[in-house]
Write a protein that binds this ligand. Structure first.
Ligand code: SAH
Length: 213
């Protein structure tokens, strides 16, 4: 077996052993190579199940957490999805394989520009990336079937709850930024919201306003 094939097998094995069992999610993660989303000295570690530093002091999430969050979101092929926290663009690329349309926003212009370059190179034409404060959602594109937030807020931001369709699902980490947070799933019903706590996680904080770069 080639080194690349062996690496891919180990990558998928690590995902399964951490509970990523949804076959559509595994297929998407097999297809989208994490390598191009990591630049510089950490690129060699792209296939390890660990978070890694990216530009602007941010991190690309651990692949098994990307898999578990994507699985919890229960995306279907007709869905319009909003991701808050583009970062490297890796999570958005995985979502693009499962959804009809993906909108992703980050407060750092540079991250959005670099992620767009990768989406173009990979011809992921159903992703649109914006520079914006994602805690306000995207009023012009709302409502969404699914919302995934990849930075931690103390509580689910009100505008995101308001931009979720009835029957829609939002997955997000909540809690203080310097401690362990909880990954929760919010489901919107016609009369309100249901909250499920999924697991402890650790994400960078959701920060107000735009970044300097
Ligand atoms: N999903 C990313 C990892 C995200 S790291 C990936 O697959 O690589 C969290 C990201 O959230 C960071 O890039 C950070 O800039 C962004 N972020 C933090 N607060 C934000 C806000 N209010 N609006 C938009 N993006 C925000």
């Amino acid at each position: 077996m080639s080194d690349a094939a062996e690496r891919k097998m180990q990558f998928l094995y690590a995902l399964r052993s951490k509970g990523v069992t949804d076959s559509r999610v595994l297929t998407a993660m097999e297809k989208i190579d994490r390598g191009p989303f990591i630049r510089g000295i950490f690129a060699a570690r792209a296939y390890e199940d660990m978070p890694l530093p990216i530009a602007c002091g941010q991190t690309i999430s651990q692949p098994s957490i990307v898999g578990l969050m994507t699985q919890a979101l229960q995306v279907s092929a007709r869905d319009t999805v909003l991701e808050v926290g583009t970062g490297s663009g890796y999570q958005a690329a995985i979502l693009s394989q499962l959804a009809r349309r993906v909108y992703t926003v980050d407060r750092h212009r540079r991250l959005v520009r670099e992620a767009r370059e990768i989406f173009d190179a990979l011809q992921l034409t159903n992703i649109t990336a914006f520079t914006a404060d994602g805690s306000f959602g995207l009023p012009d594109q709302a409502p969404f079937d699914r919302i995934l937030v990849t930075a931690a807020a103390e509580d689910p931001p009100g505008p995101l709850l308001a931009q979720l369709k009835i029957g829609g699902i939002m997955v997000l980490p909540v809690g203080q930024s310097d401690t362990v947070q909880s990954l929760i799933r919010v489901t919107r019903h016609d009369t309100g919201f249901d909250y499920d706590e999924l697991r402890p996680v650790r994400f960078v904080p959701l920060v107000e306003g735009l970044g300097r770069d």
